[in-house]
Design a protein around this ligand. Structure first.
Ligand code: NI
Length: 167
């Protein structure tokens, strides 16, 4: 396994639309293992392949407190969604920035697991937020794009300043 580097907003590669995985093979399982290691090390509760500059429809999520419940979503599709909920979100690609985003309260997602087996998950609460947030990454969308353009430019300036400070 290897830790991967995470793209930082506003890196234009984050706007890439991910392609479906054709075959869940060892190459994909290695990607999943590396993504999980990267997510746990960050630490974070979700990571999309887009964020590690691999433009395939692969997401890993672990919302458990003990960090022992890894969920893998390959080629995920939301088959139903209802309700509306507002949660404060953050993102490993937008470090230190948190803001409120409105999303569906509950979603039913269909995907393949790391063995290539199809499964359906009914998600609510944090898992529902996470699934929608990570699936947005696969569409080339970062959560700050839901915020006002003023907020977005403030966030860009803040992140740019921080990069300069750490150089
Ligand atoms: Ni994110």
């Amino acid at each position: 396994m290897a830790k991967l580097s995470i793209l930082r907003y506003p890196d234009p590669r984050l706007y890439t639309v991910a392609k479906p995985v054709e075959t869940v093979d060892d190459r994909i399982r290695k990607l999943v293992a590396d993504m999980a290691e990267t997510m746990y090390a960050a630490p974070g509760i979700g990571l999309a392949a887009t964020q590690v500059d691999t433009h395939l429809q692969v997401v890993v999520i672990d919302t458990s407190e003990e960090h022992n419940d890894l969920r893998v979503f390959i080629n995920p599709v939301i088959v139903s969604a209802d309700g509306m909920a507002i949660h404060e979100e953050g993102c490993l690609s937008v470090p230190g920035i948190y803001d409120k985003v409105t999303r569906a309260e509950r979603v039913t997602v269909q995907a393949l697991d790391a063995d290539g087996k199809s499964f359906t998950l009914e998600a609510e609460g944090l898992m529902a937020v996470c699934v929608q947030h990570e699936m947005d990454h696969l569409l080339g969308k970062v959560f700050v794009q839901y915020l006002s353009t003023l907020k977005q430019s403030r966030i860009k300036n803040k992140l740019k300043k921080r990069v300069l400070e750490t150089m």
